[in-house]
Structure formats: C-alpha cells, structure tokens
Design a binder for this molecule. Structure first.
Ligand code: ZN
Length: 329
C-alpha cells in the first residue's frame, strides 16, 4: 500500500527526473545548422491548355505605387491594398511574366521581358527559359502584346545582338508604327528617349535578319493562335488567344497591373496607359467576357506565374490563380 511518505518520495523523484530532461545541452555539443541558401526555385510554371504546353517564365519584378493609379479615391485604393495584405503607402509588387507556347508545330514566346535594359529588376527570362528545358535558338515565333520596355527589350542579348535569331518577331502594325515613328521619339520625355532608341535598334537588328514582321489586324498568326485587339494601354496593345481541344487561354498583356485593385475596381487606370479612357473601356468590356467564358488567362504583371481565371464578384471581379500542380511523364 502506498503511504503518504512513499507518495511524496515518488513525486519528488518524478520532478527530479523531469528537471533532468530539461537541462539544456551545452552549445558546444550542438552541430551547427547548414549554411543558409540564397536564391529561389526557378521561375517557370507549366499549364496544359488542350494540346498546347504553356510555360510561364518569370523575368523580374516591379512596383505599382498607389499614386500612379487613377480613377478611385485614395481611401478606396488604400482599403483594396490593405485587403490584399499590402502596405497601402507602398502599393503592390508586381511580376514581369512572359509565356512560352509549345503548340507541337511552333515554339512561340509571348513577350520577351525587359532584358538587361531594366537593371537588376528584370532579365531573368533567359535563365528561366533554360531551366524550363528550352534554348532561345529554338523559338520560332515571338508575339509582342505591345512594345513597352519590360515586354520588348529582352529581345536583345546583353552583347547587343538578337537573343532569338531563329524567331520571327511580330508586334501589331499599329504598335510598331507608333513606337518607331519620328513623332513618338521627338515628343517623348527625355528620360524615355533611350528606351525608344533601344526599340528602334532592336527592330533594325531583327529586320536585318528578315525577322521583323508587324502583323495586320485580321492576319492569321499560326495554327491555334488568334489576335485580340486590346487598345488603350498602347495604341496597338493586343492579346493572343490559344485554343486547343475545347480549351482556351488569353494572354492579355497589360490589361491588369494591380491585381489587388483593378479586378475589384476595373475602371482604375495606371500612368503607363497611353490612352487612359480607351484602356479603361477595353478592360471594362473584356473582363465580363473572360468571366463568362471562364477561360484561362495569362497576365504579364499578375503574381507569378500569372495564370488563372476571373469570375464576377460584387461590382467587380475576383482573380482565381491556377493551383500548383506537378504533372508527371
Ligand atoms: Zn508591362
């Protein structure tokens, strides 16, 4: 029978035993943790759209500060940014994405990133293309949603030569005419002239290879691909439809820069829109179509990989990102 003294003695032993297990191991006896690792997973992500392999390629990042957004009062902008967990004073970090389409007959790149022209915030596309299993020389067609620096200047390698010598480069004719005109260069603010000059030299470099071929509005580009004119952000801004085996995807370029703000409030425009009213009208007309069709969307500045769908929510829209999957085979 357990006496009170026995009980107290065993309780004391138990406490002592527990205390012993809590004695810290001397620091010298602990193996150090391995060195911390820099870098990130390679920036590519694949999605099958019917029989077309779509690979999102991460080129870099930017920042949309709230003061460059127009069409909503500052309190509403701040509320939308806060709702997305963002600092309303700093705005929204955005990605620079390009999209590679392997149709089985063509290897097509939609936009080329900013290359080294934008400094350290861009220029990761070539490395991510390689990590995704492809080489620049294998690309046969490059479609440009528009000719802003973060979409077009990556056409050139750091040594000033065309990075994709085997590819025909195709902007919309209206886009090429606008950016390459003397009037655009003459009227550009001083700080933009260098990037316009860079566009002129890349157009000249691809022309010299016989590979600079602006497309007319109704022109067929390649099997399974079609143009969707989306003017406003720039005069010839457009999207590209991929249609295969009953599935569809629209690479819609710069229809949305701030996913936190412009899906909920699509009338909001951004400083970079060349024609603000037209950009707003184009977005307001496009988003309901995309929500109805429930097609895939590839967005140049949506959070990487920039692939997902939209659905109507309240008076605006919600962005539904593609979930991560790792297909085998
Ligand atoms: Zn852009």
């Amino acid at each position: 029978m357990l006496t009170r003294r026995d009980f107290l003695r065993s309780a004391a032993m138990l406490v002592a035993a527990q205390a012993a297990t809590l004695v810290p191991v001397p620091a010298a006896a602990q193996a150090p943790a391995p060195a911390k690792q820099a870098g990130q997973a390679p920036g590519f992500f694949r999605l099958a759209v019917g029989g077309v392999e779509v690979t999102a390629l991460y080129d870099g990042a930017g920042q949309v500060r709230p003061e460059i957004l127009h069409g909503a009062d500052p309190a509403r902008l701040a509320a939308l940014l806060e709702d997305a967990g963002l600092d309303p004073k700093a705005g929204e970090p955005i990605a620079i994405n390009a999209f590679l389409l392997n149709t089985g007959t063509n290897l097509v790149l939609v936009d080329a990133g900013g290359g080294t022209a934008l400094g350290p915030r861009a220029g990761l596309l070539p490395g991510n293309l390689k990590a995704a299993g492809y080489a620049p020389e294998q690309i046969t067609l490059i479609l440009l949603t528009h000719m802003h620096p973060d979409h077009a200047l990556g056409l050139m390698a750091p040594d000033g030569r065309p990075l994709f010598p085997g590819a025909v480069v195709r902007p919309a004719a209206a886009e090429a005419a606008y950016w390459l005109s003397d009037a655009t260069l003459a009227s550009a603010p001083e700080q933009r002239k260098a990037s316009i000059q860079a566009l002129r030299s890349l157009a000249a470099a691809y022309s010299a290879l016989g590979k600079w071929k602006p497309f007319a509005p109704a022109e067929a580009l390649a099997e399974g691909l079609a143009v969707e004119p989306l003017p406003g952000h720039t005069p010839g801004h457009c999207g590209f439809w991929v249609r295969s085996q009953g599935q569809s995807l629209l690479a819609f370029g710069d229809i949305v820069h701030s996913s936190a703000v412009q899906f909920a409030q699509p009338e909001v425009t951004i400083d970079f829109d060349v024609d603000q009213a037209q950009a707003k009208a184009t977005r307001l007309a496009l988003l309901p179509r995309l929500a109805r069709e429930s097609c895939w969307i590839a967005g140049s500045h949506l959070p990487f990989p920039g692939l997902g769908r939209v659905r109507a929510r309240g008076k605006g829209y919600a962005w539904l990102p593609a979930p991560y999957t790792a297909p085998r085979g």
